[in-house]
Design a protein around this ligand. Structure first.
Ligand SMILES: *Cc1c(COP(=O)(O)O)cnc(C)c1O
Length: 362
């Protein structure tokens, strides 16, 4: 059996997908070519792309007035690409709830005026501010949130309804680390983006879902390959897309459909997260500091109350085939990322280890 891998990203893949990709590595469906070797303009890759797009649209119930773009550059590049496309050089609002939204605001400030509608740094990024208490600017070009803060372990369990706040600006969500873990309420979203390497597939692919009316407002300095309208008009093939990453993501989409789709994944993810948080909350060795109302179901940071035990904890975990539990360097401690590809058995194995380790150190 392969170890359970709790990496925050690039992260564990469904084993079935890795096996399928291995079996097709040299010869995809009798074409005599591996997917890496195919022209992106050929009929074989055309089929791979069309199926991936259709499967993703079905899984996430993406409405027809949204374009799905398969881009490159990852989440950090989108921090620049979004303001280049949406800000018109005016003011964009940011709700800063952790490391990733903070980075987004900093990068956007190179292209437009930025305004912080809320910032939870003073509380150590462990809470969310209710949208009714956000200080939105008069007429933001868009409002950005990171709907799941991968490092701080903070998640919006519900997306904010800007219209209900009297704001008609589009909501931009960075959903890199919880895309496909739960349904998306598209009525509240103008644009969603995410790097693939957390929950969708290999690094190198960035998914963008953008409402059609937002396609055509890019600044003239926006690079052509990053102009949403250009990418959309060319079915993501203005330049060579990350073909192999798209192929693997397509296998993940088919795997997700076999699992019962996104609602089934959400139910499993809820069960996995409660199992782990309960174990942490009921122990006297481990602690998670995030407010219960906004704890991430994907990324669970926790600390050992006696930090001198950290190295022992990680060594013991590796010997039990539990990998990559070390926390992000900026916050320390531990982090278990329990994306779609981690089954409940993996979380149970971690919970068993947490208990055993605590008992031996008591
Ligand atoms: C991982 C991550 C990113 C950064 O992705 P890169 O591909 O490294 O640019 C951005 N936002 C969130 C929420 C992430 O989890």
């Amino acid at each position: 059996m392969r170890p359970y891998n709790f990496s925050a990203g690039p992260a564990a893949m469904p084993e079935d997908v890795l096996k399928e990709a291995a079996a097709e590595m040299l010869n995809w469906h009798g074409s005599g070519m591996g997917v890496m070797e195919m022209s992106h303009r050929g009929k074989e890759f055309g089929q791979i792309y069309a199926e991936a797009e259709a499967d993703l649209r079905e899984l996430l119930a993406v409405p027809s007035h949204f374009k799905l773009l398969f881009m490159q550059g990852g989440g950090l590049a989108e921090n620049a690409i979004v303001p280049l496309n949406l800000s018109r050089g005016e003011t964009a609002d940011f709700v800063v709830t952790g490391s990733w939204s903070q980075k987004s605001a900093q990068e956007a400030a190179r292209y437009c005026t930025t305004h912080e509608a809320a910032n939870t740094k003073a509380g150590g990024f462990t809470t969310l501010v209710a949208p009714s208490n956000w200080q939105l600017s008069a007429k933001p070009a868009y409002v950005h949130i990171c709907s799941n803060e991968t490092i701080n372990g903070v998640e919006f369990h519900e997306l904010p309804d800007l219209k209900a706040l009297g704001c008609d600006a589009p909501l931009v969500i960075d959903f890199s680390s919880h895309v496909a873990s739960r349904p998306v309420d598209w009525t509240r979203v103008g644009l969603a983006f995410g790097g693939a390497q957390k929950n969708l597939g290999p690094a190198g692919l960035t998914l963008v879902a953008v409402r059609e009316d937002l396609l055509d407002r890019a600044l003239p300095i926006c690079p052509s390959a990053f102009t949403y309208k250009t990418v959309a008009d060319n079915q993501s093939m203005f330049n060579t897309p990350p073909t192999y990453s798209i192929y693997i993501a397509g296998l993940v989409f088919k795997w997700l459909k076999r699992q019962g789709g996104i609602a089934a994944m959400e139910a499993r993810n809820l069960a996995k997260a409660s199992l782990l948080y309960e174990a942490i909350d009921n122990s006297s060795l481990y602690v998670n500091r995030v407010d219960k109302s906004c704890r991430s179901r994907m990324n669970v940071p926790f600390y050992l109350r006696d930090e001198r035990l950290n190295e022992d904890f990680l060594t013991g975990a590796r010997s039990r085939n539990l990998l990559q539990l070390k926390g992000h360097k900026s916050v320390g401690g531990m982090r278990a990322s329990i994306y779609n590809a981690i089954p409940i058995e993996g979380v149970q194995a971690l919970v068993d280890y947490l208990r055993d380790f605590e008992q031996t150190r008591a």
